[in-house]
Design a protein around this ligand. Structure first.
Ligand code: NDP
Length: 399
Protein backbone atom coordinates (compact mmCIF):
# COMPACT_ATOMS: atom_id res chain seq x y z
CA UNK A 1 0.00 0.00 0.00
CA UNK A 2 1.28 3.52 -0.86
CA UNK A 3 2.10 6.16 1.76
CA UNK A 4 -0.80 8.35 3.01
CA UNK A 5 -0.98 11.71 1.16
CA UNK A 6 0.13 14.71 3.23
CA UNK A 7 -2.48 17.41 3.75
CA UNK A 8 -2.12 20.85 5.33
CA UNK A 9 -5.37 22.10 6.85
CA UNK A 10 -5.54 25.89 7.08
CA UNK A 11 -8.44 27.23 9.14
CA UNK A 12 -8.49 23.89 10.99
CA UNK A 13 -10.42 25.33 13.95
CA UNK A 14 -13.27 26.62 11.75
CA UNK A 15 -16.34 24.95 10.33
CA UNK A 16 -14.69 23.75 7.08
CA UNK A 17 -11.46 22.85 8.86
CA UNK A 18 -13.29 20.62 11.36
CA UNK A 19 -15.27 18.92 8.58
CA UNK A 20 -12.00 18.29 6.72
CA UNK A 21 -10.44 16.70 9.79
CA UNK A 22 -13.53 14.49 10.16
CA UNK A 23 -13.03 13.15 6.61
CA UNK A 24 -9.28 12.63 7.18
CA UNK A 25 -10.00 10.82 10.45
CA UNK A 26 -12.15 8.30 8.59
CA UNK A 27 -9.32 7.53 6.11
CA UNK A 28 -6.04 7.22 8.05
CA UNK A 29 -4.59 4.92 5.36
CA UNK A 30 -5.11 7.53 2.66
CA UNK A 31 -4.37 10.89 4.29
CA UNK A 32 -1.99 12.24 6.91
CA UNK A 33 -2.21 15.73 8.44
CA UNK A 34 1.18 17.42 7.97
CA UNK A 35 0.22 20.83 9.34
CA UNK A 36 -2.64 22.69 10.98
CA UNK A 37 -3.13 26.46 10.76
CA UNK A 38 -5.45 28.99 12.40
CA UNK A 39 -5.37 32.42 13.99
CA UNK A 40 -5.61 32.28 17.79
CA UNK A 41 -7.79 29.37 18.96
CA UNK A 42 -4.87 27.57 20.62
CA UNK A 43 -6.96 25.33 22.86
CA UNK A 44 -8.74 23.72 19.93
CA UNK A 45 -5.66 23.41 17.75
CA UNK A 46 -3.77 21.75 20.63
CA UNK A 47 -6.53 19.12 20.86
CA UNK A 48 -6.36 18.63 17.08
CA UNK A 49 -2.56 18.34 17.20
CA UNK A 50 -2.71 15.75 19.97
CA UNK A 51 -5.07 13.66 17.86
CA UNK A 52 -3.49 14.05 14.39
CA UNK A 53 0.18 14.57 15.38
CA UNK A 54 1.11 16.92 12.52
CA UNK A 55 4.70 18.05 11.89
CA UNK A 56 3.73 21.69 12.35
CA UNK A 57 1.05 23.84 13.94
CA UNK A 58 0.88 27.51 12.92
CA UNK A 59 -1.11 30.10 14.84
CA UNK A 60 -0.79 33.51 13.24
CA UNK A 61 -1.17 35.22 16.61
CA UNK A 62 2.22 35.00 18.45
CA UNK A 63 0.83 34.84 21.99
CA UNK A 64 -1.62 32.10 21.02
CA UNK A 65 1.28 30.23 19.39
CA UNK A 66 3.30 30.52 22.62
CA UNK A 67 0.39 29.09 24.62
CA UNK A 68 -0.01 26.18 22.15
CA UNK A 69 3.75 25.51 22.23
CA UNK A 70 3.76 25.31 26.03
CA UNK A 71 0.70 23.05 26.10
CA UNK A 72 2.09 20.65 23.47
CA UNK A 73 5.53 20.56 25.09
CA UNK A 74 3.92 19.74 28.44
CA UNK A 75 2.33 16.61 26.95
CA UNK A 76 5.52 15.49 25.17
CA UNK A 77 4.29 16.25 21.64
CA UNK A 78 6.88 16.37 18.81
CA UNK A 79 4.82 18.92 16.83
CA UNK A 80 6.60 22.23 16.04
CA UNK A 81 4.58 25.37 16.78
CA UNK A 82 5.18 28.52 14.76
CA UNK A 83 3.52 31.89 14.33
CA UNK A 84 2.94 34.43 11.56
CA UNK A 85 1.73 34.37 7.98
CA UNK A 86 5.17 33.45 6.58
CA UNK A 87 5.08 30.28 8.69
CA UNK A 88 1.73 29.36 7.09
CA UNK A 89 3.30 29.90 3.66
CA UNK A 90 6.24 27.61 4.41
CA UNK A 91 4.01 24.97 6.06
CA UNK A 92 1.90 24.62 2.89
CA UNK A 93 4.98 24.53 0.66
CA UNK A 94 6.74 21.64 2.47
CA UNK A 95 7.81 18.74 0.23
CA UNK A 96 5.64 16.17 2.04
CA UNK A 97 2.43 18.21 1.48
CA UNK A 98 0.36 16.94 -1.46
CA UNK A 99 -2.78 19.00 -0.86
CA UNK A 100 -3.80 22.10 1.06
CA UNK A 101 -7.24 22.82 2.47
CA UNK A 102 -7.49 26.62 2.09
CA UNK A 103 -10.19 27.36 4.70
CA UNK A 104 -9.01 30.50 6.45
CA UNK A 105 -11.85 33.02 6.29
CA UNK A 106 -11.47 36.24 4.29
CA UNK A 107 -8.46 38.07 2.85
CA UNK A 108 -6.26 36.59 5.61
CA UNK A 109 -6.23 33.37 3.56
CA UNK A 110 -4.78 35.00 0.46
CA UNK A 111 -1.00 34.65 0.91
CA UNK A 112 -0.95 31.01 2.07
CA UNK A 113 -3.39 30.05 -0.72
CA UNK A 114 -1.12 31.67 -3.31
CA UNK A 115 1.89 29.93 -1.75
CA UNK A 116 0.15 26.54 -2.05
CA UNK A 117 -0.66 27.24 -5.71
CA UNK A 118 2.92 28.35 -6.44
CA UNK A 119 4.31 25.22 -4.81
CA UNK A 120 2.25 23.00 -7.14
CA UNK A 121 -0.03 21.53 -4.48
CA UNK A 122 -3.63 20.46 -4.96
CA UNK A 123 -5.46 23.51 -3.61
CA UNK A 124 -8.81 22.61 -2.04
CA UNK A 125 -10.32 26.08 -2.26
CA UNK A 126 -12.88 27.02 0.39
CA UNK A 127 -11.42 30.51 0.85
CA UNK A 128 -13.34 32.04 -2.08
CA UNK A 129 -12.26 35.54 -1.02
CA UNK A 130 -8.67 34.90 -2.19
CA UNK A 131 -9.87 34.00 -5.69
CA UNK A 132 -12.33 36.91 -5.84
CA UNK A 133 -9.57 39.34 -4.81
CA UNK A 134 -6.81 38.15 -7.10
CA UNK A 135 -8.86 37.02 -10.10
CA UNK A 136 -6.69 35.51 -12.78
CA UNK A 137 -3.50 35.80 -10.68
CA UNK A 138 -4.40 32.82 -8.51
CA UNK A 139 -5.44 30.67 -11.49
CA UNK A 140 -2.16 31.59 -13.23
CA UNK A 141 -0.19 30.56 -10.13
CA UNK A 142 -2.00 27.20 -10.13
CA UNK A 143 -1.07 26.63 -13.79
CA UNK A 144 2.53 27.82 -13.30
CA UNK A 145 2.96 25.65 -10.19
CA UNK A 146 1.70 22.56 -12.04
CA UNK A 147 -0.82 21.61 -9.34
CA UNK A 148 -4.63 21.65 -9.38
CA UNK A 149 -7.37 23.72 -7.82
CA UNK A 150 -10.56 21.95 -6.81
CA UNK A 151 -13.41 24.07 -5.49
CA UNK A 152 -14.85 23.23 -2.08
CA UNK A 153 -17.77 25.67 -2.13
CA UNK A 154 -20.67 23.23 -2.51
CA UNK A 155 -22.01 25.07 -5.59
CA UNK A 156 -18.71 25.16 -7.49
CA UNK A 157 -17.85 21.66 -6.41
CA UNK A 158 -21.24 20.54 -7.79
CA UNK A 159 -20.49 22.30 -11.09
CA UNK A 160 -17.01 20.76 -11.19
CA UNK A 161 -18.63 17.33 -10.76
CA UNK A 162 -21.10 18.04 -13.62
CA UNK A 163 -18.37 19.09 -16.06
CA UNK A 164 -17.12 16.74 -18.80
CA UNK A 165 -14.71 13.99 -17.63
CA UNK A 166 -11.13 15.18 -17.21
CA UNK A 167 -12.18 18.82 -16.80
CA UNK A 168 -9.82 21.00 -14.75
CA UNK A 169 -10.84 24.31 -13.17
CA UNK A 170 -9.68 27.37 -15.09
CA UNK A 171 -10.48 26.07 -18.58
CA UNK A 172 -13.50 27.15 -20.63
CA UNK A 173 -15.70 24.08 -20.84
CA UNK A 174 -16.84 22.67 -24.19
CA UNK A 175 -20.57 22.62 -24.90
CA UNK A 176 -21.47 24.51 -21.72
CA UNK A 177 -23.79 27.48 -22.20
CA UNK A 178 -24.36 28.49 -18.56
CA UNK A 179 -23.62 27.41 -15.03
CA UNK A 180 -26.47 27.82 -12.55
CA UNK A 181 -25.67 28.50 -8.89
CA UNK A 182 -28.35 27.53 -6.40
CA UNK A 183 -28.96 29.74 -3.36
CA UNK A 184 -30.84 28.72 -0.23
CA UNK A 185 -32.10 32.30 0.06
CA UNK A 186 -30.66 32.54 3.59
CA UNK A 187 -32.49 33.22 6.85
CA UNK A 188 -34.28 36.32 5.48
CA UNK A 189 -35.65 34.77 2.27
CA UNK A 190 -39.22 35.69 3.19
CA UNK A 191 -38.52 38.67 5.51
CA UNK A 192 -40.31 41.85 4.37
CA UNK A 193 -37.99 44.62 3.11
CA UNK A 194 -39.16 46.97 5.87
CA UNK A 195 -37.93 44.58 8.60
CA UNK A 196 -34.45 43.89 7.22
CA UNK A 197 -32.75 46.92 8.78
CA UNK A 198 -33.50 45.72 12.31
CA UNK A 199 -32.23 42.14 11.91
CA UNK A 200 -29.59 41.20 14.50
CA UNK A 201 -26.28 39.35 13.99
CA UNK A 202 -27.68 36.25 15.70
CA UNK A 203 -30.73 36.26 13.40
CA UNK A 204 -28.45 36.68 10.37
CA UNK A 205 -26.23 33.78 11.51
CA UNK A 206 -29.18 31.39 12.08
CA UNK A 207 -28.95 29.80 8.63
CA UNK A 208 -31.85 27.46 7.88
CA UNK A 209 -29.78 24.74 6.16
CA UNK A 210 -26.02 25.12 6.70
CA UNK A 211 -23.90 25.43 9.87
CA UNK A 212 -21.07 27.82 8.97
CA UNK A 213 -18.74 30.46 10.42
CA UNK A 214 -20.25 33.86 11.21
CA UNK A 215 -18.78 35.82 8.27
CA UNK A 216 -20.08 33.47 5.56
CA UNK A 217 -23.39 33.20 7.44
CA UNK A 218 -23.88 36.97 7.15
CA UNK A 219 -22.81 36.78 3.48
CA UNK A 220 -25.55 34.17 2.99
CA UNK A 221 -28.11 36.42 4.69
CA UNK A 222 -27.27 39.41 2.43
CA UNK A 223 -26.84 37.08 -0.60
CA UNK A 224 -23.35 38.58 -1.05
CA UNK A 225 -22.21 34.98 -0.74
CA UNK A 226 -23.94 34.36 -4.09
CA UNK A 227 -22.33 37.53 -5.46
CA UNK A 228 -18.85 36.36 -4.44
CA UNK A 229 -19.68 32.92 -5.85
CA UNK A 230 -20.67 34.49 -9.17
CA UNK A 231 -17.23 36.08 -9.46
CA UNK A 232 -15.63 32.82 -8.28
CA UNK A 233 -17.51 30.90 -11.01
CA UNK A 234 -16.36 33.26 -13.77
CA UNK A 235 -12.73 32.56 -12.81
CA UNK A 236 -13.04 28.83 -12.17
CA UNK A 237 -15.02 28.03 -15.29
CA UNK A 238 -13.78 30.72 -17.69
CA UNK A 239 -17.23 32.20 -18.30
CA UNK A 240 -18.46 35.83 -18.33
CA UNK A 241 -20.83 36.78 -15.48
CA UNK A 242 -23.71 36.86 -17.98
CA UNK A 243 -23.36 33.05 -18.25
CA UNK A 244 -23.50 32.50 -14.49
CA UNK A 245 -27.14 32.29 -13.41
CA UNK A 246 -28.58 32.13 -9.90
CA UNK A 247 -31.74 30.38 -8.77
CA UNK A 248 -33.09 30.28 -5.20
CA UNK A 249 -33.66 26.71 -4.01
CA UNK A 250 -34.70 26.74 -0.34
CA UNK A 251 -34.16 23.00 0.34
CA UNK A 252 -30.39 23.16 -0.50
CA UNK A 253 -30.53 19.69 -2.06
CA UNK A 254 -29.55 20.59 -5.64
CA UNK A 255 -26.12 22.14 -5.12
CA UNK A 256 -25.80 23.69 -8.61
CA UNK A 257 -26.20 22.82 -12.28
CA UNK A 258 -24.49 22.97 -15.67
CA UNK A 259 -26.52 23.82 -18.76
CA UNK A 260 -25.28 22.25 -22.00
CA UNK A 261 -25.84 23.37 -25.55
CA UNK A 262 -28.05 20.32 -26.33
CA UNK A 263 -30.64 21.39 -23.75
CA UNK A 264 -29.37 19.14 -20.94
CA UNK A 265 -29.12 20.36 -17.38
CA UNK A 266 -26.77 18.31 -15.19
CA UNK A 267 -27.08 18.71 -11.44
CA UNK A 268 -25.38 17.34 -8.33
CA UNK A 269 -27.68 16.53 -5.40
CA UNK A 270 -26.84 15.71 -1.81
CA UNK A 271 -27.55 16.49 1.82
CA UNK A 272 -26.37 19.97 2.86
CA UNK A 273 -23.16 18.75 4.51
CA UNK A 274 -19.73 20.07 3.51
CA UNK A 275 -18.06 16.69 4.11
CA UNK A 276 -19.36 15.60 0.65
CA UNK A 277 -17.54 18.25 -1.44
CA UNK A 278 -14.49 17.99 0.84
CA UNK A 279 -14.22 14.20 0.34
CA UNK A 280 -14.86 14.56 -3.41
CA UNK A 281 -12.05 17.09 -3.77
CA UNK A 282 -9.59 15.19 -1.58
CA UNK A 283 -10.07 11.88 -3.38
CA UNK A 284 -10.58 13.19 -6.96
CA UNK A 285 -10.61 11.52 -9.45
CA UNK A 286 -11.60 8.63 -7.16
CA UNK A 287 -14.53 8.56 -4.71
CA UNK A 288 -14.36 7.81 -0.99
CA UNK A 289 -16.95 7.77 1.77
CA UNK A 290 -17.56 11.16 3.39
CA UNK A 291 -19.68 10.01 6.32
CA UNK A 292 -22.74 11.66 4.74
CA UNK A 293 -25.87 9.57 4.11
CA UNK A 294 -27.43 9.48 0.63
CA UNK A 295 -30.70 11.27 0.03
CA UNK A 296 -34.13 9.68 0.32
CA UNK A 297 -35.83 11.51 -2.56
CA UNK A 298 -39.29 10.11 -1.85
CA UNK A 299 -39.04 11.44 1.73
CA UNK A 300 -37.93 14.86 0.44
CA UNK A 301 -40.94 14.84 -1.90
CA UNK A 302 -40.48 18.16 -3.65
CA UNK A 303 -37.79 20.60 -4.74
CA UNK A 304 -38.64 24.29 -5.16
CA UNK A 305 -36.96 26.97 -7.27
CA UNK A 306 -37.59 30.73 -7.52
CA UNK A 307 -35.72 33.78 -8.86
CA UNK A 308 -33.67 35.89 -6.41
CA UNK A 309 -35.27 39.14 -5.18
CA UNK A 310 -32.77 41.82 -6.21
CA UNK A 311 -34.83 44.59 -4.61
CA UNK A 312 -34.42 43.25 -1.07
CA UNK A 313 -30.97 41.79 -1.74
CA UNK A 314 -28.90 44.22 -3.86
CA UNK A 315 -25.58 42.45 -3.18
CA UNK A 316 -25.75 40.11 -6.18
CA UNK A 317 -26.06 43.05 -8.56
CA UNK A 318 -23.17 44.85 -6.83
CA UNK A 319 -20.99 41.77 -7.34
CA UNK A 320 -22.08 41.41 -10.97
CA UNK A 321 -21.14 45.06 -11.58
CA UNK A 322 -17.71 44.42 -10.02
CA UNK A 323 -17.25 41.32 -12.21
CA UNK A 324 -18.09 43.35 -15.32
CA UNK A 325 -15.76 46.20 -14.28
CA UNK A 326 -12.94 43.70 -13.72
CA UNK A 327 -9.44 44.69 -12.56
CA UNK A 328 -9.39 45.46 -8.86
CA UNK A 329 -13.18 46.01 -8.63
CA UNK A 330 -13.83 42.53 -7.12
CA UNK A 331 -11.05 43.16 -4.56
CA UNK A 332 -12.70 46.48 -3.63
CA UNK A 333 -16.07 44.74 -3.28
CA UNK A 334 -14.58 41.96 -1.14
CA UNK A 335 -12.71 44.33 1.19
CA UNK A 336 -15.74 46.62 1.65
CA UNK A 337 -17.87 43.57 2.38
CA UNK A 338 -15.42 42.20 4.98
CA UNK A 339 -15.29 45.56 6.80
CA UNK A 340 -19.08 46.03 6.67
CA UNK A 341 -19.85 42.47 7.80
CA UNK A 342 -17.47 42.81 10.78
CA UNK A 343 -19.12 46.14 11.70
CA UNK A 344 -22.55 44.47 11.50
CA UNK A 345 -21.36 41.57 13.71
CA UNK A 346 -19.99 44.17 16.18
CA UNK A 347 -23.36 45.99 16.07
CA UNK A 348 -21.81 49.16 14.58
CA UNK A 349 -23.81 48.91 11.34
CA UNK A 350 -27.31 47.71 10.58
CA UNK A 351 -28.08 44.86 8.19
CA UNK A 352 -29.08 46.94 5.17
CA UNK A 353 -26.04 49.19 5.74
CA UNK A 354 -23.77 46.35 4.57
CA UNK A 355 -24.81 46.64 0.91
CA UNK A 356 -24.97 50.45 1.19
CA UNK A 357 -21.33 50.64 2.34
CA UNK A 358 -20.20 48.34 -0.51
CA UNK A 359 -22.13 50.42 -3.03
CA UNK A 360 -20.43 53.63 -1.80
CA UNK A 361 -16.97 52.05 -1.98
CA UNK A 362 -17.56 50.83 -5.54
CA UNK A 363 -18.85 54.25 -6.56
CA UNK A 364 -16.00 56.26 -5.03
CA UNK A 365 -12.88 54.11 -5.17
CA UNK A 366 -11.57 53.71 -8.67
CA UNK A 367 -10.68 50.21 -9.89
CA UNK A 368 -7.45 49.67 -11.81
CA UNK A 369 -6.05 46.73 -13.82
CA UNK A 370 -4.52 43.83 -11.86
CA UNK A 371 -0.92 43.37 -13.02
CA UNK A 372 0.67 42.17 -9.79
CA UNK A 373 -0.31 41.13 -6.30
CA UNK A 374 0.60 44.64 -5.11
CA UNK A 375 -2.27 46.09 -7.18
CA UNK A 376 -4.65 43.76 -5.31
CA UNK A 377 -3.22 44.53 -1.87
CA UNK A 378 -3.32 48.30 -2.53
CA UNK A 379 -6.98 48.11 -3.63
CA UNK A 380 -7.83 46.00 -0.60
CA UNK A 381 -6.22 48.54 1.78
CA UNK A 382 -7.87 51.55 0.12
CA UNK A 383 -11.33 49.97 0.17
CA UNK A 384 -10.94 48.98 3.83
CA UNK A 385 -10.00 52.57 4.80
CA UNK A 386 -12.88 54.04 2.79
CA UNK A 387 -15.45 51.59 4.20
CA UNK A 388 -14.22 52.08 7.77
CA UNK A 389 -14.55 55.86 7.42
CA UNK A 390 -18.16 55.47 6.25
CA UNK A 391 -19.01 53.37 9.29
CA UNK A 392 -16.92 55.22 11.89
CA UNK A 393 -19.40 56.56 14.52
CA UNK A 394 -18.36 60.24 14.68
CA UNK A 395 -18.30 60.93 10.94
CA UNK A 396 -19.75 57.87 9.25
CA UNK A 397 -22.67 58.03 6.87
CA UNK A 398 -24.12 54.70 8.04
CA UNK A 399 -23.56 54.72 11.81
P1 NDP B 1 -14.98 29.89 10.41
O1 NDP B 1 -15.22 31.26 10.90
O2 NDP B 1 -15.74 28.76 11.00
O3 NDP B 1 -13.41 29.54 10.56
C1 NDP B 1 -12.43 30.46 10.13
C2 NDP B 1 -11.06 29.86 10.26
O4 NDP B 1 -10.11 30.83 9.79
C3 NDP B 1 -10.66 29.55 11.72
O5 NDP B 1 -9.83 28.42 11.74
C4 NDP B 1 -9.88 30.80 12.12
O6 NDP B 1 -8.93 30.57 13.16
C5 NDP B 1 -9.14 31.08 10.82
N1 NDP B 1 -8.73 32.48 10.73
C6 NDP B 1 -9.48 33.59 10.87
N2 NDP B 1 -8.72 34.71 10.72
C7 NDP B 1 -7.46 34.27 10.50
C8 NDP B 1 -6.21 34.91 10.31
N3 NDP B 1 -6.10 36.27 10.31
N4 NDP B 1 -5.11 34.16 10.09
C9 NDP B 1 -5.19 32.80 10.10
N5 NDP B 1 -6.33 32.12 10.31
C10 NDP B 1 -7.45 32.85 10.50
O7 NDP B 1 -15.17 29.95 8.82
P2 NDP B 1 -15.72 28.81 7.82
O8 NDP B 1 -15.02 27.52 8.09
O9 NDP B 1 -17.19 28.84 7.81
O10 NDP B 1 -15.25 29.40 6.43
C11 NDP B 1 -13.91 29.33 6.01
C12 NDP B 1 -13.83 29.70 4.54
O11 NDP B 1 -14.55 28.72 3.80
C13 NDP B 1 -14.45 31.05 4.19
O12 NDP B 1 -13.71 31.63 3.17
C14 NDP B 1 -15.84 30.69 3.68
O13 NDP B 1 -16.33 31.62 2.75
C15 NDP B 1 -15.56 29.35 3.01
N6 NDP B 1 -16.71 28.46 2.92
C16 NDP B 1 -17.31 28.01 4.05
C17 NDP B 1 -18.41 27.16 3.98
C18 NDP B 1 -19.05 26.59 5.21
O14 NDP B 1 -19.96 25.76 5.09
N7 NDP B 1 -18.63 26.97 6.41
C19 NDP B 1 -18.95 26.75 2.68
C20 NDP B 1 -18.21 27.24 1.56
C21 NDP B 1 -17.14 28.09 1.68
P3 NDP B 1 -9.32 30.88 14.72
O15 NDP B 1 -10.35 29.84 15.09
O16 NDP B 1 -8.03 30.72 15.43
O17 NDP B 1 -9.87 32.28 14.74
Amino acid sequence: MSEPLGIAVLGSTGSIGRSTLAVIDAHPDRFRVTSLGANRNWQQIVEQAQHFQPDTVVLVDPSAAAAARAALRACGSQTRVESGVAALESAVSAANVRMVMAAIVGAAGLLPTLAAARAGKRVLLANKESLVMTGHLLMEQVRAGGGELIPIDSEHNAIFQCMPAGYLAGATPKGVTHVILTASGGPFRTTPAADLATMSPDQACAHPKWKMGRKISVDSATLMNKGLETIEATLLFGLPESRVDIVVHPQSIVHSLVQYTDGSLLAQLGAPDMRTPIAQAMAWPERISSGVQSLDLAAIGRLDFEPPDHGRFPSIELARAAARAGGTAPALLNAANEVAVQAFLDRRLNFTGIAAVIDQVLQHVEACPVRTLDDVLAADATARRFAAALIEPARGAFA
